[in-house]
Each structure stands twice: as structure tokens, then as C-alpha cells.
Design a protein around this ligand. Structure first.
Ligand code: ZN
Length: 325
């Protein structure tokens, strides 16, 4: 037996010791079955069956009062936000222990594959739901599209506070070794460079971006008092008129202020990325990227010229370049 095979068979022997173990103490639902949660569930699921929310309708259908949707069974015992922080969960949870064992062998991936549920009867408000989960089986090693791994099945039995059978659920996950992408095996298969963040086009500013699409840098102008304004907005700050048009900027301006992004990398952007606040000669300011000048040579007050250029394959943007002398 090779070293690798030896290690695998040791690992699988260890896995077998978990089959049949309870994953921890019996879970008791945080709240008894109650009308409020039932109503929220029905609203969220779009379930309009009246027997879940209307006692009279439930009586008319032969129930003793309103009942919970059977599919809520697991909802009654979910631990809520506690699930986000494993350190607060029971330290003796065998399922978590088992997952750690897989992680240590490189089976770090986990994906839920399927669940089966069976409901014995309807639940009534006031009942407490108890759940006991066992590790039911661990498969042989399997090769899947995600990578090599093992399927783990747990079975949960649901009862009420008196031990009445309410139903059961199985849950299957795959713990797997993520397949390594073939490094640079096929350059054509490599993802294309991501595009930049798309311009935010709303009701009040889409026209400005459409101007950029056409290669024009526009400035909004009040139709009543003539005041210019940027960024676009519906009302003139000077005379409160909502009548407006636009003029086309010359693109000549000076750097009012600037910053240079070095970190963190953002998909679609090349760093370092100089971003300038430019005073346009018409009197408004605009924020845009600065091109054609090394970051350490940018100066406040330097004359710049706007050119509308392709930012990537999907969009145009205004860029400012040092103005030709
Ligand atoms: Zn105005």
C-alpha cells in the first residue's frame, strides 16, 4: 500500500467512527409554535391558505384551531444569527468536529446537495419542537464536478415536548477538495478583463451620461436665470426653477484638487489611478480620472483638457489630460 493510500484508509477509518453519533444535545426550538411566526412565514412564502391564519377557517376545515404549515417544521428549531459564529455553538457538536477533520485533509469545500422531509401531522400553537440529529452515513470517496469528496447525510427527528413524533428530515452535504484550475492552461479560457463600474443613470442624470456616450461634456443650465450647475439635479440652487437645459463645455479647466488611488485593487481599474476635481472654465466642477501625467507630477492649478474616450469595451468616460502648451 502506498503512503497516499495508507493515509486515505486511515482517514476513512476515522470518518467511520462518526457514523451513528448524535451531532450534539437535543435542540429545543427557541419559541413554541406561535401565530406571529406562522403569519410572517405565510406572508414571506405567499401561502394564502386560511387555515394557517384564520381560526374560524381552520375550524371549518376540521382542525381544532389554526395550524402551522407543515413545511415550517425545521424553521421552529433554527438557531438564528448564532449560526454566524461557530464559537458560540455547542463545542461538542460532532458534525462541526467532522467538518474540521475534512478541512484538515484538504476537503475544505462544502455544498448542500439535497434534503428530504416528512411531516407526521400539523402543529398547533403552543407546541414545543425538539430535534435530535444523528450523522447517518458518510459515502465512499466520490469524484464530482466540484472536486473529489465525500457525501455526509444527517437525519433529524422532530418531536414535541411530550415526545410525539412530528416528522423527520435528512440533509446531505458534499465535503470536497476544490479542483485546482489548470493554471494558464488555456489563455483563451481566461476571463476577460472586467469592465468598470457602470455609470449610475437615474431620472435626473441619465441625460448627462447620454451626452458622454456621444462624446460631449455637458453642463446643466437654468432656463430662467442661466446659472450653471453640476452634478445634475432637478432644481436650480439660485432661483429654484425646475426648467433647465444644457450647454456643451469646452473641456478646458484646471486641477482644483486630486487624489491618487494605490490600494485596494478594484476589478476593471489600473492602479495607481489619479482622480481629479477639475474647475471647468465655465465655472462648474467635475470629478474625473487624470491621464497622461505621472502621479507625482500632478499639481493643483495645472491646466487640463477633457477628452471623452473609451474607458473599456462597454463605456465612454471623460478623462482629463495635461493641456498642450
Ligand atoms: Zn435659475
Amino acid at each position: 500500500m502506498s503512503k497516499v493510500e495508507e493515509r486515505k484508509s486511515e482517514f476513512e477509518a476515522k470518518l467511520k467512527t462518526y457514523v451513528g453519533l448524535p451531532d450534539g444535545p437535543v435542540t429545543v426550538g427557541r419559541d413554541p409554535v406561535n401565530e406571529t411566526m406562522i403569519r410572517h412565514w405565510c406572508e414571506a412564502m405567499g401561502d394564502t391558505n386560511p387555515v394557517y391564519v384564520d381560526a374560524a377557517a381552520a375550524l371549518a376545515h376540521g382542525f381544532e384551531g389554526l395550524v402551522a404549515p407543515p413545511t415550517m417544521l425545521q424553521a421552529w428549531i433554527l438557531p438564528g444569527y448564532e449560526m454566524h459564529d461557530r464559537s458560540t455553538m455547542q463545542s461538542e457538536n460532532k458534525q462541526l468536529e467532522l467538518h474540521s477533520l475534512f478541512d484538515a485533509e484538504g476537503y475544505t469545500g462544502v455544498v448542500a446537495t439535497n434534503t428530504e422531509q416528512e411531516y407526521t401531522r400539523y402543529l398547533r400553537p403552543g407546541e414545543e419542537v425538539h430535534a435530535e440529529t444523528h450523522i447517518e452515513s458518510i459515502s465512499e470517496q466520490k469524484t464530482t464536478g466540484l472536486g473529489v469528496g465525500y457525501f455526509i447525510v444527517t437525519r433529524t427527528l422532530f418531536t414535541n415536548q411530550e415526545g410525539d413524533d412530528l416528522g423527520w428530515m435528512t440533509f446531505r452535504v458534499l465535503k470536497f477538495r476544490p479542483s485546482q484550475p489548470a493554471a494558464a492552461a488555456d489563455a483563451e479560457a481566461a476571463p476577460a478583463k472586467p469592465s468598470r463600474i457602470k455609470s449610475p443613470r437615474g431620472f435626473d442624470n441619465a441625460w448627462w451620461w447620454e451626452g458622454i456616450d456621444e462624446g460631449r461634456l455637458l453642463i446643466q443650465a437654468c432656463n430662467d436665470c442661466g446659472a450653471l450647475r453640476h452634478p445634475p439635479r432637478p432644481v436650480c440652487g439660485a432661483c429654484h426653477s425646475s426648467e433647465w437645459g444644457s450647454i456643451e463645455a469646452s473641456g478646458r479647466g484646471t486641477v482644483h484638487s486630486y487624489t491618487v488611488l494605490y490600494h485596494p485593487p478594484i476589478p476593471g481599474y489600473d492602479l495607481p489611478l489619479p482622480v481629479a476635481l477639475v474647475d471647468l472654465e465655465e465655472g462648474t466642477r467635475v470629478v474625473a480620472n487624470l491621464k497622461g501625467v505621472p502621479p507625482d507630477e500632478i499639481e493643483i492649478g495645472m491646466p487640463v483638457q477633457c477628452r471623452v474616450e473609451d474607458a473599456d469595451e462597454t463605456m465612454k468616460l471623460p478623462f482629463f489630460h495635461p493641456a498642450a502648451d
